[in-house]
Design a protein around this ligand. Structure first.
Ligand SMILES: NC(=O)c1ccc[n+]([C@@H]2O[C@H](COP(=O)([O-])OP(=O)(O)OC[C@H]3O[C@@H](n4cnc5c(N)ncnc54)[C@H](O)[C@@H]3O)[C@@H](O)[C@H]2O)c1
Length: 255
């Protein structure tokens, strides 16, 4: 239930046109944060921002590639110029690559690292000085950071790096800013579709069923369930959490 937990706060959510990012932007806005929805898919981000404002929230969309330092600087500047400050950063933008390690071209490996690891690095590097005291950063990593995912070498390396980077940022930015990490299991957004199709021999629904059998929850996750973990870490309820990881994965890594 939304009770205005983030009243007066300003949040940037990257990758906010996508499944988990848009659900997170909607939830933070419902808790009365002013939200900036950043994405390379600017029109889709603008559509979500429009729905949030139509529902009475404060939201703007921004075209930004998180792997481009100038665009990251400009994005963070917009929080200050348009909403007067910055309190919350959700580093959610990401891309997947399904390619076995031995067949992965260096350029493809580096492209995944650029978005999934250098992106959050640049965001944290430039956001820290702009953020107000009591700020909170939440990095969206993955269970791939803590378990082997065959065929996802670059993605796994990037997400493992992001988990480690979270701890360094928490150490360097504390006690002024808390920095935490969420590791979701499979959530049915656009991102895992190719992997699920491969697992299901061309049938994504079959792949999803097979994957869900490995989950203690017996099902895959919902974007709203990951958004709820972000809200916990970003908001007042997570006030004693920093440098930590919240694994929201239906129990797949518990076995
Ligand atoms: N869906 C899952 O099963 C799952 C599991 C674990 C972790 N995650 C992570 O959750 C996050 C969100 O993923 P999702 O499932 O919502 O996928 P998604 O593909 O729906 O959303 C990702 C968003 O990131 C944006 N994006 C990509 N590159 C960008 C860039 N350079 N700059 C700015 N935006 C960029 C995309 O346009 C897209 O809107 C990702 O970091 C992903 O790795 C997802």
């Amino acid at each position: 239930m939304a009770i205005g937990r983030l009243d007066g706060k300003v949040a940037i959510i990257t990758g906010a046109a996508g499944g988990i990012g848009s659900a997170t932007a909607r939830l933070l806005a419902a808790e009365r944060a002013a939200v900036i929805l950043a994405d390379v898919r600017a029109e889709d981000a603008a559509a979500v921002a429009g729905q949030i404002t139509a529902a009475g929230g404060a939201a703007i969309a921004a075209r930004a590639d998180v792997s481009d330092e100038d665009q990251v600087r400009a994005l963070i500047g917009r929080a200050v110029t348009e909403f007067g400050g910055l309190d919350i950063v959700v580093n959610n933008a990401g891309m997947a690559l399904h390619s076995p390690l031995a067949q992965t071209a260096l350029a493809d490996f580096e492209a995944v690292l650029a978005v999934n690891l250098s992106g959050p690095f640049l965001m944290m590097k430039h956001a820290a000085a702009a953020m107000r005291d009591g700020g909170s950063i939440v990095n969206i990593s993955s269970v791939a950071a803590v378990m082997a995912v065959r065929g996802a070498a670059a993605y796994t390396a990037a997400k493992g790096g992001l988990l480690s980077l979270t701890r360094v940022a928490a150490a360097e930015f504390g006690p002024r800013i808390r920095v935490n990490c969420v590791c979701p299991g499979t959530v049915r957004t656009e991102m895992p579709e190719e992997l699920l199709r491969t697992r299901g021999d061309g049938d994504a629904e079959a792949g999803a069923r097979l994957t869900a059998q490995r989950y203690l929850s017996g099902r895959l996750g919902l974007p709203e369930e990951i958004a709820a973990t972000v809200l916990f870490l970003a908001g007042p309820e997570g006030s004693f959490c920093t440098g930590t990881v919240l694994i929201a994965d239906g129990g797949v890594t518990a076995q």
